[in-house]
Unconditional design. Structure first.
Length: 141
């Protein structure tokens, strides 16, 4: 019991140290390319399929339209970049544990990379220099 409490404290402290990084990492943008990506229906839910990863379109029902001017300074990510960044963050949490200390995943608050990247958006190019921006839930498990 005492070791579990110590692990919980170390994990929380590690997350506090990482918090500034996580805040900057919260909003991620993926570009939808109709040439290589698709929109599919599965079990009554609509998904973007980007690089063989599914992104739930219906979970948040948050869609808006942005002008190209608003998108000029945005950084776009690839799915592989999200995987890499997520692994780096979770590895740093695990590496900050004491030797032989167990990690209890329920207590980290990290069950999916959606916990690390709170706002993942898929952008679709529209006519008239605009983009449709949809907040999605990444099916990364």
């Amino acid at each position: 019991m005492k070791k579990a409490m110590e692990a919980k404290i170390v994990i929380r402290l590690t997350l506090i140290v990482l918090f500034p990084f996580l805040v900057n990492a919260q909003e991620k943008h993926l570009m939808f390319s109709p040439e290589k990506d698709s929109i599919i229906w599965k079990g009554g839910t609509q998904y973007y399929k980007i690089d063989n990863n599914l992104f739930d379109i219906n979970r948040y029902n948050q869609v808006d339209t942005l002008s190209i001017d608003k998108m000029k300074n945005e950084k776009f990510n690839s799915v592989s970049q999200l995987w890499k960044q997520g692994r780096e963050i979770t590895d740093s949490v695990i590496n900050n544990l004491k030797p032989n200390e167990t990690i209890i995943l329920d207590q980290t608050g990290i069950e999916t990379y959606n916990d690390l990247f709170e706002h993942i958006y898929v952008l679709e190019k529209l006519p008239n220099c605009k983009y449709k921006r949809t907040r999605v839930w990444w099916i990364d498990y």
